[in-house]
Write a protein that binds this ligand. Sequence first.
Ligand code: ACO
Length: 309
Amino acid sequence: MYVPKRVVTNDDLAQTLDTSDEWIRSRTGIARRHIAGEHESSAQMAIEAAQAALQVADANPREISLIVVGTTTPDYVFPSTACQVQNALGAVHAGAFDLSAACSGFVYALSTAHQAIASGEHDLVLVIGVDTLSRRLNWQDRGTCVLFGDGAGAVLLRAAEGPSGVLATVLGADGSGGDVLIIPASGCARSLTPEALAENLHTIHMNGQEVYRFATRVLASATEQVVKKAGLTMDEVDVIVPHQANLRIVETAAKRLKMPMERFVTNLDEYGNTSAGSIPIALCEAIAQGRIKPGSNIVMVGFGAGLTW
Ligand code: ACO
């Protein structure tokens, strides 16, 4: 994993915004977030996380045959972030592409990589979740800017005989909720004109309450679905690594699932919502803390714009 060095606290935000540490903490569980500096970007963070993953796995970048990067904040429209990673690592035998599923980007990329290996086409696949949403925030909008941070996480998947690895995946989408969480301008539909810039249409526009309702529903239902598909019961799940959007969303889903909060990994206080980076960052920390060990049954569950889960 990689997060920017610069830390912005709730009190820092309260200096320029009509908000408070108390409001942000009690409504979201967030205390700090790491925000990219001038020389940090999605590609740079993805490369740092990928290099760390290669080191942990003791793998050679020349063995990687596919790189999938879940991101909606690429450095450029093209070349893709994945191609920048491929070049920086010297992964000369790898194909590389970005995948756009907002905060669900990592789980979508992980599912794609799993299928690529299961098909027999690929042996070693690099999966990265990364976002630099700080560059897509309206820092005057207290309803959105307090929620997000920047960061990246990476995993390597290697072909092996089961029963370990990815047991089951469930992907879902509901495009009818596209306007609930949207960056209206800077794509082909609406160019980045001076008018669009003045109206902050290149930043995140969100209906927070709608997203909240959607998130609590799918977090619980997608978890139940995937556990069933894997042939397990909820009691056999050791750890759930949810997308880190809001502590209250996780608490509500935990109640619906009748699972104690101790089984959920949360690190919102330190990072806020790092979008596609959030699940792999939480995964890394949980492994480092000894909460996830070989043989653990874990569920990773994301949700985000699209809507996707
Ligand atoms: N500080 C102080 N007051 C605030 C702040 C703030 N940072 N933000 C909003 N308020 C105010 C509002 O203006 C409103 O004031 P009013 O009553 O005078 O109009 C009041 O607080 C209540 O606002 P609500 O929007 O009703 O607050 P709510 O309790 O719903 O919490 C929140 C808002 C935290 C955004 C919540 O709705 C939420 O977490 N939603 C989900 C958001 C999310 O997870 N988004 C990311 C999804 S993942 C992805 O793909 C990017």
